[in-house]
Design a protein around this ligand. Structure first.
Ligand SMILES: NC(=O)c1ccc[n+]([C@@H]2O[C@H](COP(=O)([O-])OP(=O)(O)OC[C@H]3O[C@@H](n4cnc5c(N)ncnc54)[C@H](OP(=O)(O)O)[C@@H]3O)[C@@H](O)[C@H]2O)c1
Length: 287
């Protein structure tokens, strides 16, 4: 099995490399080696290497910055995935792409299913949704995994931000009215490997953590685990729950972004990400 991975330096990219079977061939590319927005480069690369599978872990993920860098976000999240989808179709490779809970507006109060109407409320979500549409219009057998609140021992994420802030502050105000499911990037990587090894119909699949929490509750868990792992060295931090309105950001965020995972569970028996367990692993590796 020959797999092309894009976005190899990101959270998902690095976890995917860690989990990759040793007897398969991995072509891991970062943005320098393969810029997915460059259609000619994408075509040349795929024509030359002829991978069986293409996994797109590349994305523009800076949600607030996307409001100011709309064109860049559009190029990376819409045009790049479209380029890959078309080339995958042309050269007969299975295409697996990753999308986001932020394609929804968060006005529901029960978990979102794949068929729910999308209505992104920020530029990042809009560019990711346009990417989904462009992929499926050009390559109906492409597989799109929507996930949420991704964390890992790599790159930038909420867990690392919390630990960093706690190192020079004694009190943190954390949003307590946005609800979502943290998802470990290593579990997404395993899900992608399961998809590679099995027959999957093209389309969208939801994959996320097994428990929904607010950012405040997620932060509380992060510090509880940190203290358990390092009872002597960890200094006490006070967490204050606040409302979204008390922490204005450039990009709006959905208040409710819990995804319903029944479809992927039923088809392949894939279990939700056990993020509590993964958090212990991640915090031990960050420390
Ligand atoms: N992070 C989250 O909370 C979250 C939530 C829901 C869904 N997702 C989705 O999950 C997927 C993985 O996210 P992640 O957190 O692993 O992202 P990440 O850590 O931000 O990594 C994204 C990678 O994409 C690469 N990239 C950017 N522009 C590129 C280009 N033009 N060509 C090739 N590579 C490019 C970046 O490489 P350089 O650094 O070299 O530019 C970066 O390493 C993404 O599709 C994201 O939208 C993430």
């Amino acid at each position: 099995m020959k797999v092309l991975l894009t976005g190899a330096n990101g959270q998902l990219g690095r976890c995917f490399i860690d989990k990759f079977p040793i007897d398969w061939i991995l072509l891991a590319t970062d943005s320098q080696q393969l810029d997915i927005t460059d259609n000619l480069a994408v075509n040349n690369f795929i024509n030359e290497h002829r991978p069986d599978v293409i996994v797109n872990a590349a994305a523009y993920t800076a949600v607030d910055m996307a409001e100011d860098e709309q064109d860049l976000a559009y190029q990376v999240n819409t045009i790049g995935p479209k380029n890959l989808a078309i080339a995958a179709q042309k050269y007969n490779a299975k295409f697996i792409h990753v999308s986001t809970d932020y394609v929804f507006d968060g006005t529901k109060n029960i978990p979102y299913v794949e068929e729910d109407t999308t209505n992104p409320i920020n530029i990042y979500g809009k560019t990711k949704r346009n990417g989904e549409v462009a992929i499926l219009n050009n390559n109906p057998s492409a597989i799109i995994i929507r996930t949420s609140w991704v964390f890992s021992e790599y790159g930038n994420n909420f867990v690392k931000t919390m630990l960093k802030l706690a190192s020079n502050k004694s009190e943190l105000s954390i949003i307590n009215d946005q609800l979502g499911c943290p998802t470990y990037a290593g579990d997404i990587a395993n899900t992608i490997l399961t998809i590679i090894m099995n027959e999957f119909d093209g389309g969208i699949y939801h994959y996320c953590g097994d428990q929904s929490v607010t950012w405040f509750k997620f932060a509380s868990k992060i510090f509880l685990i940190t203290e358990k792992l390092n009872p002597i060295t960890t200094k006490k931090i006070t967490l204050k729950p606040i409302l979204t309105s008390g922490y204005p950001t450039k990009a709006k965020r959905p208040l409710y972004s819990v995804l319903n995972m029944n479809k992927i569970e039923k088809i392949a028996g894939i279990k939700a990400s056990d993020w509590n367990n993964a958090l212990v692993h991640v915090i031990s590796h960050i420390k």
